[in-house]
Design a protein around this ligand. Structure first.
Ligand code: ADE
Ligand code: ZN
Length: 330
């Protein structure tokens, strides 16, 4: 669907399509434990977040050089642009690469090269969000922030991702404080598989401005009331929720109830190479499965630009919002 939109929850490593994975494996002399792309695709049946993360981290072995990261980001931006994405705030997982011996500068400069020319090449404005892996230590997160200091001009915000249950946000208070002092914005995954209390903790202890997923807030009416009152954006990922079994089928997704409750919902693709759809595919899928009408879709698109970190460029936000209002559904 071409409706203009911002993508605010997108892991660049989760855009690694099997074809590119095999091409990079051949180029870099990396052995993949799958015969071909078809066999690899048969591994894309997940029971939960962890079973996905195991494959997601394993496949990253093919990403080694600056060019690899540039190619990965370029491929995503081309696909996103073709599906109406006008602005993308892109997550990356530095520790998943530095732990394999790939320097953080290789990752950031490689991604940065694609991102800095994206507006010209793809018509998509971009920002980069550096995520800490919550199943690693707080010390490792602090070391990562320190290592990223020479590259902060390329980074807008910090995030928190990976295995959620058993890894509550509070452990990362210090690194979020340090990131805030460096002028970085703050988001965190919370309430994907973890309980509503993790959402509250991300807001109160980490000071996040947006909650990634936030799906399980619906179990706590007082929390919903707070999120509505404070207009905290939620970056929902409905196709991801189905594939990782947070919801049984897309038809059962609480998105319509969340919108009706007054929550500031956005719809995003999370890890599109793994979950069966990029941004436009995701909008189309929720439209069909949940019966969203055109005005509800327009509201989701409007929300995406309202929740974007565009405070330094309100003119751009206004331009994107006017594109949403002017969009004629076909
Ligand atoms: N890393 C990549 N995708 C993720 C997700 N959906 N949840 C947590 N960490 C992730
Ligand atoms: Zn995510």
């Amino acid at each position: 669907m071409h409706l203009p939109k911002a993508e605010l929850h997108l892991h660049i490593e989760g855009t690694l399509e099997p074809e590119l994975a095999f091409a990079l494996a051949a180029r870099n002399g990396v052995d993949l434990p799958y015969a071909d792309t078809e066999e690899l695709r048969t591994a894309y049946l997940f029971d939960d977040l962890q079973s996905f993360l195991d494959l997601y981290y394993a496949l990253m072995a093919v990403l080694r050089t600056e060019d690899d990261f540039t190619e990965l980001a370029d491929a995503y931006l081309a696909r996103a642009a073709a599906q109406g994405v006008r602005h993308a705030e892109i997550f990356f997982d530095p520790q998943a690469h530095t732990d394999r011996g790939v320097p953080i500068g290789t990752v950031i400069e490689g991604l940065g090269r694609a991102l800095e020319r994206s507006e010209e090449t793809h018509g998509v404005s971009t920002q980069l969000i550096m995520c800490f892996l919550r199943d690693k230590s707080a010390e490792s997160a602090l070391e990562t922030l320190e290592a990223a200091k020479p590259y902060l001009h390329r980074i807008s915000a910090v995030g928190l991702d990976s295995a959620e249950v058993g890894h509550p946000p509070a452990a990362f208070r210090e690194v979020y404080e340090a990131a805030g002092a460096l002028g970085l914005r703050k988001v965190a995954h919370a309430g994907e598989e973890g309980p509503p209390s993790y959402i509250t903790e991300a807001l109160d202890v980490l000071g996040v401005e947006r909650v990634d997923h936030g799906l399980r807030c619906m179990e706590d009416p007082e929390l919903v009331e707070r999120l509505v009152a404070e207009r905290v954006p939620l970056t929902l990922c409905p196709l991801s929720n189905v594939r990782l079994r947070a919801v049984d089928v897309l038809e059962d997704h609480p998105l319509p109830a969340m919108m009706a409750a007054g929550l500031l919902c956005t719809v995003n693709s999370d890890d599109p190479a793994y979950f069966g759809g990029y941004a436009g595919d995701t909008f189309r899928a929720v439209q069909e499965a949940l019966g969203l009408d055109r005005e509800q879709l327009r509201t989701l698109a409007r929300n995406s630009f309202e929740a974007a970190f565009l405070d330094h460029d309100e003119e751009r936000r206004a331009r994107y919002l006017s594109e949403v209002e002017a969009y004629a559904f076909d």
